[in-house]
Design a protein. Structure first.
Ligand SMILES: Cc1cc2nc3c(=O)[nH]c(=O)nc-3n(C[C@H](O)[C@H](O)[C@H](O)COP(=O)(O)O)c2cc1C
Length: 357
């Protein structure tokens, strides 16, 4: 585990160690998408993580999928995020805001404008989604026109600028888990016949154009990108060409000299090794299903430079201290992952608090 605790650099930041907080939607923003009152406390409690990657944050009204997810596209959002980034920085941490456009993984009941969701093609994901009046089938989205695509890329660009204005150390582009960018990449959600559909080059075009726009706006050294090769979330089926698709994408992204690439790794070891050999900048590997004992394995095996962890950091504000001391961890409570205020959000005790009881 020694290397896990060694310093490293991503973009402009020198991080004290290699453990990162993975992005996690917590559905506790205000109705207008401004981060909730408790968000500053939640993130600053976790500032001892080497890098915090925020919950998925919509770059526009169209980009919202879930209820009470935060936005970063107006002045109120910027003010709200400023409180969060200030609190994290005061506590000695660093935070990237994850830019997440949900695309078709959305319900009109959940968005401010209540319009039909947008996607590369008019294909529903075949899933249900939580709304204020219960679980509902996700409707068929509207296919984005070429003009809409330009507007969407501009929205990402503006959101990245807004994130920096709000004091974020950078942004992570969410290209994973079945949301808009992944919907363009995947064959079964993209049936377009223009230059954004069909060939691998065409299906990855949107991802690359979004990245280019953001890099131009805030700099490559403040831009990360997340992928999840082989995901089935959101009704995605990536087909048989997963390796070809992702190697092409990673090769293209590598030309930008980004601050990092973040792989949500689902088990394709050969692909991960190939990505590692192509990608010269920092690589973050969030390995699904690994045990706590294996937390630093990818770093020790030189497959990763940083390890993002999700639920353990959600349930343990002092995860770093606990791991260093070999202290037991709080168990995460999935019933409080989403919504519900402070319960399961800011009230997980530190080990010191537990000991003093
Ligand atoms: C409550 C919850 C919310 C999540 N929200 C996001 C999200 O907004 N963006 C994202 O890229 N991944 C999201 N994920 C996936 C996590 O980033 C991570 O990949 C996953 O939890 C597996 O890592 P772990 O085993 O360390 O928790 C979420 C996971 C959980 C548990």
């Amino acid at each position: 585990m020694e290397k896990l605790w060694s310093k490293t650099e991503i973009g402009r930041l020198e991080l004290p160690h290699r453990l990162a907080m993975a992005p996690m939607t917590r559905s506790r923003a205000q109705d207008d998408g401004t981060p909730g009152e408790l968000s500053s406390l939640y993130y600053s409690q976790r500032a001892s993580m080497g890098l915090i990657i925020s919950e998925g944050t919509q770059p526009s009204e169209d980009g919202q999928g879930y209820l009470w997810s935060p936005g970063i596209y107006n002045e109120k959002h910027i003010e709200g995020w400023k409180k969060v980034t200030d609190a994290v920085h005061e506590a000695g941490g660093f935070i990237y805001i994850q830019l997440m456009h949900a695309g078709r993984m959305s319900h009109p009941d959940n968005t401010p404008h209540h319009r039909q969701a947008v996607a590369p093609s008019a294909i529903a994901p075949g899933e249900k989604m939580f709304t204020a009046t219960g679980m509902k089938e996700i409707p068929i989205p509207r296919e984005l026109s070429k003009e809409d695509i330009e507007i969407t890329i501009a929205d990402f660009k503006k959101a990245a600028a807004a994130a920096i204005e709000a004091g974020a150390d950078g942004v992570e582009i969410h290209g994973a888990n079945g949301y808009l960018i992944n919907q363009f990449i995947s064959e079964n959600s993209n049936r377009r016949t223009d230059e954004y559909g069909g060939s691998i080059e065409n299906r990855t075009r949107f991802a690359i154009e979004v990245t280019k726009a953001i890099v131009e706006e805030i700099g490559a050294d403040r831009t990360g990108f997340r992928i999840s090769p082989g995901t089935t979330l959101g009704g995605i089926k990536e087909g048989e060409q997963i390796s070809e698709v992702y190697l092409h994408l990673v090769n293209e992204l590598a030309k930008f000299d980004l601050s990092y690439l973040h792989v949500m790794h689902l088990g394709n070891e050969a692909l991960l090794r190939e990505i590692r050999s192509i990608w010269k900048n920092p690589l973050l590997v969030n390995r699904a299903g690994r045990s706590l004992e294996d937390i630093s394995l990818d770093i020790d095996n030189n497959l990763a430079d940083l390890v993002p962890v999700g639920v353990w950091s959600l349930a343990n504000p002092d995860l770093v201290e606990r791991l260093k001391a070999g202290a037991p961890l709080n168990a995460p409570d999935p019933t409080t992952f989403f919504g519900l205020g402070s319960k399961g959000y800011t009230d997980y005790p530190t080990f010191k608090e537990l000991e003093s009881k």
